[in-house]
Design a protein. Structure first.
Length: 890
């Protein structure tokens, strides 16, 4: 029977593992092995595998039988490679013990340095190095670290000892302590530790090592680590590895140093080295903030106006060696590296490398630069940028160095930043915006009646509501920055002001909102415009070359349609005509239509609406030229358009000649107990055919007019919503087609059009084969399909969604990321059955999922022809579609 290998050695000219063994060796261990293989200067050591961790927990915290012997053998090997011996006062081997999971994981055990020190080896180290101060500085660090992370003692006892000592001796800096001072401190540390422990601080190096290894494995199950895994979807059975590595010392005087670096600037992506270091320091000193670190390069030092010399200036030889290592690592890993290093008496040692984390801006620049220099292919560059991260680059953002005076914090509901004057009312927002004033609409919550105000506003704040509240969903759709659920804001509509944190903001005062962080800030803050050409343009070009699916947009106003086209939309996937009804100068006619009690009254009102709708479509067709435009006929229940105030009722009464009392009665009659499942969508078309007839006429006449004016042949895809049966569609299709024929014969121009349906009811998905007999295209309305599949109202889900996510009933909010197994099955079934009836049936998605990268991958896998999303998500969808296509190719 073969024995499992639990321990892998690295360094000293060879390695038993390499970078491909990340799962077994953890990220740190795999990369240490790889660097050693590349011949880079890595202190030798060994990695105890993640499999040990898994076995440890599977066997009631017992180690595999062969482990001890394998560790002893690895230690022996390490001793022979370094020429030192564990516990040998004449030439002591010291090691670090470092945790290292597959994915970098804060929350795990902190590294222990200088392990192997005791009174004898410390004295030996002092003699050997000729630097007693260094030896006892290392020793006191070890006692403190080991006590803290392995023995679980409160580190404040050590800090107190040191502080008291410094006070008594009038020292302010640790560097002022002499060798003999550290000897005293070490003594006090040991005594304090023993007092706390009730036994002596461990002096046997092998026992120290055993303790540290156990502490790493135990840290896998700390509350901190469990929480982190939960938040980042890291499975428990991945386990962590332990790295035991010979120490090198950055605290051996003025030619020694320790530092961290990136091979490129991780915030801008600029191709220049970036990092910090400290002379005569060890481990985490650089990030601990005890001393101010120095810049890596002269360029960086000059840019920052720093007076301390850079590493390039202070330790030029080691710097040049380090720069050469950077180049080797970047060429080898073909990505920007995040590095930890130490210089011991002029000799460089590499302690860690990994692919560096970076901002969206840097990710884009690095991917494009690397592809242009030939280091990676264009396709790899496309895979390197996270589409979701791209969102940050498409909106104005607050300048990094701007001062943020935070009034209140809510949810980051829709990204980007905006500044403007506060208004509390949608009509007021529209009024001020028309005068050219930038406004921020502040509401307790928003409703469909606020659409025009939200549109007019630069940004939206609500005091109530979550990430899927009306405000959040609509703002994302419009590309408006939004902070929702800013609970610290108290709005007083009557006084036209809000208070937050004891401060009062009045209508007309400037605020700035950051929809990416959820902050509401006082005053107008400087903004940076998004850069859409340059690197962004190049990456999009490469993405477009490889993607299969088209990308369209959900838009209805000329401004949004234009934005989407500028972002590369190849058509409109959803033009919601009801938004066009809410306009202040139209709503009167719309109400008149709804409230008339006979067909003649409705037709009279519709005659007034027709030219307005036609004009809307004309401007959309002019922008979209010959790109296909899917226009959805009226969908919401009529009562959404009803007058609410007495004033409104009287206005309608005047226009129609009907009494206010009668109007109220009609309004009452329209109310429904379950409007989402009520008289809406094609059901309106069935009972009030004149509404769809008017809309169809507006579409076709607009096409004809645009063609006559410009020679462009607009392409309309007329979409009938909420179809459940083939019969509904066949009745309405005939009615629409009849209008097309009429317009053609009246004008002498034949409009180019298709008639299709939205698939948003489970029955429609299941009977897609019948429906495809009539439908010339399907568009998956996955918002409603999700609602109707789950029997779950999006508007009310906020109350229990957090519990559902917390308890793991829903992995993700199904309104944000498509539920691929349930709703997705219906999409797959409908696509298959629809295409069985009508091969080549055009398929798309127009729910909010069309802009979600994970959902876009799904759409690609079931063969949809296009996805459609809000204008600002078009580039995200282009990139995600490209990645889906590349993945499908394998
Ligand atoms: P983290 O995962 O928190 O970065 P590391 O295991 O990388 O922890 O250790 C932190 C720091 O400790 C390293 O950046 C390095 O400065 C120092 N360190 C770790 N091992 C050694 C070693 N063998 N010799 C010298 N310094 C070390
Ligand atoms: Mg590290
Ligand atoms: Mg719908």
């Amino acid at each position: 029977m073969s024995v499992t290998k639990w321990v892998y050695a690295f360094g000293g000219g060879s390695s038993e593992g390499d970078a491909s063994q990340r799962e077994l060796l953890g990220g740190k261990g795999a990369n240490l092995a790889e660097m050693a293989k590349l011949g880079l200067p890595v202190p030798p050591g060994f990695t105890i595998t993640t499999a040990v961790c898994v076995a440890y927990y599977e066997n009631n915290k017992a180690y595999p039988a062969e482990l001890d012997a394998q560790i002893d053998a690895a230690l022996k090997n390490l001793e022979s490679v370094t020429g030192k011996a564990f516990g040998d006062p004449a030439n002591p081997l010291l090691v670090s013990v470092r945790s290292g999971a597959r994915a970098s994981m804060p929350g795990m055990m902190d590294t222990v340095l200088n392990l192997g020190l005791n009174d004898e080896t410390a004295e030996g180290l002092a003699k050997l190095s000729g630097d007693k101060r260094f030896a006892y500085d290392s020793y006191r660090r070890f006692i403190q670290m080991y006590s803290d992370v392995v023995l679980d003692l409160d580190h404040s006892i050590f800090e107190e000892i040191l502080e008291t000592f410094k006070e008594e001796n009038d020292y302010s800096l640790d560097t002022e302590l002499s060798a003999d001072d550290w000897v005293v401190i070490v003594d006090e540390y040991k005594r304090a530790a023993a007092d706390e422990l009730g036994r002596d601080f461990p002096t046997d190096p092998r026992e120290q090592l055993q303790g540290a290894i156990g502490a790493v494995f135990d840290s896998w199950m700390t509350a901190r680590a469990i929480k982190y895994r939960e938040l980042h979807d890291i499975p428990e059975n991945w386990g962590t590895a332990v790295n035991v590595q010979a120490m090198v010392f950055g605290n051996m005087g003025e030619t020694s140093a320790t530092g961290v670096a990136f091979t490129r600037d991780p915030s801008t992506g600029r191709n220049s080295y970036y990092g910090e270091f400290l002379i005569n320091a060890q481990g985490e000193d650089v990030v601990a903030g005890i001393r101010t670190p120095q810049c890596l390069t002269q360029e960086m030092r000059e840019e920052m106006g720093d007076t301390q010399p850079s590493m390039q200036e202070a330790l030029p030889d080691s710097y040049n060696e380090l720069a050469a290592v950077f180049d080797v690592l970047e060429r080898h890993y073909r990505d920007m590296q995040d590095i930890e290093f130490t210089v011991e008496r002029g000799r460089l040692w590499m302690l860690q490398t990994r692919n560096g984390k970076r901002t969206a801006k840097a990710a884009l620049k690095i991917a494009v630069d690397m592809a242009e220099s030939g280091l990676i292919t264009e396709e790899e560059a496309v895979m390197r940028v996270d589409p979701a991260q791209l969102d940050q680059l498409l909106h104005p953002t607050i300048a990094d160095d701007a001062k943020r005076d935070v009034l209140a914090t809510g949810l980051p509901a829709s990204p980007g930043a905006a500044a403007g004057v506060v208004v509390f009312d949608s009509d007021e927002a529209e009024l001020r915006a028309k005068k050219g004033e930038p406004v921020i609409l502040v509401r307790i919550e928003t409703s469909p009646e606020d659409i025009h105000g939200m549109h007019a506003a630069q940004g939206i704040v609500t005091a109530r509501g979550g990430m899927t509240s009306h405000a959040a969903v609509v703002a994302r759709g419009m590309g408006r920055p939004c902070v929702s659920g800013a609970g610290g804001i108290r709005i007083d509509y009557a006084a036209k002001q809000f208070t937050a944190g004891g401060r009062t903001v009045k209508e007309g005062d400037f605020v700035t909102i950051d929809g990416s962080t959820g902050e509401v800030l006082a005053g107008a803050i400087d903004m940076i415009k998004p850069e859409l050409s340059g690197d962004f343009g190049r990456l999009m070009e490469w993405a477009d070359k490889v993607r299969r699916m088209k990308v369209r947009t959900n838009a209805e106003t000329p401004a949004d349609v234009q934005t989407a086209k500028d972002f590369g939309a190849e058509g409109i996937g959803l033009c919601r005509t009801e938004h066009m009804f809410f306009d202040a100068d139209r709503i009167a006619a719309v109400r008149e239509m709804i409230l008339s009690d006979d067909k003649d009254g409705r037709v009279a009102a519709l005659v007034k609406i027709l030219p307005m709708q036609r004009a809307d479509f004309e401007s959309i067709f002019e922008i979209m030229e010959e790109r296909p435009c899917t226009i959805r006929l009226l969908d919401p229940p009529l009562h959404e358009f009803l007058p609410h105030t007495e004033e409104d009722v009287h206005a309608v009464a005047e226009a129609t000649g009907l009494s206010a009392a009668l109007l109220m009665q009609r309004a009452e009659a329209l109310s429904e107990s379950n409007p989402m499942l009520g008289h809406r969508g094609c059901r309106l078309g069935i009972t009030f055919p004149e509404i769809y007839e008017m809309q169809a006429r507006a579409i076709f006449e607009a096409q004809v007019n645009v063609e006559k004016k410009t020679g462009i042949k607009p392409v309309a895809e007329v979409m009938i919503p909420l179809v459940a049966t083939a019969k509904e569609l066949s009745i309405l299709k005939a009615a629409v087609a009849k209008i097309a024929d009429e317009v053609a014969s009246e004008s002498g121009t034949v409009p180019v059009y298709l008639i299709g349906t939205m698939i948003e009811l489970p029955r429609a998905a299941l009977r897609a084969d019948d429906i495809a007999v009539e439908a010339e295209f399907f568009s998956f309305g996955t918002n409603d399909l999700t609602q109707t599949t789950f029997g779950l109202s999006r508007d009310d889900a906020g109350k229990f969604m957090p519990d559902y996510i917390a308890q793991g009933i829903f992995e993700k909010d199904p309104f944000v990321t498509l539920d691929q197994s349930g709703v997705g099955d219906l999409v797959r079934i409908a696509a298959e059955r629809g295409r069985a009836t009508r091969p080549g049936l055009k398929l798309g998605i127009c729910g909010e999922h069309g802009g979600d990268p994970a959902s876009i991958h799904f759409c690609d896998s079931v063969g949809l022809d296009y996805v459609s999303c809000s204008p600002y998500r078009v580039p995200i969808a282009r990139l995600a579609a490209a990645q889906a296509a590349l993945k499908a190719r394998g």
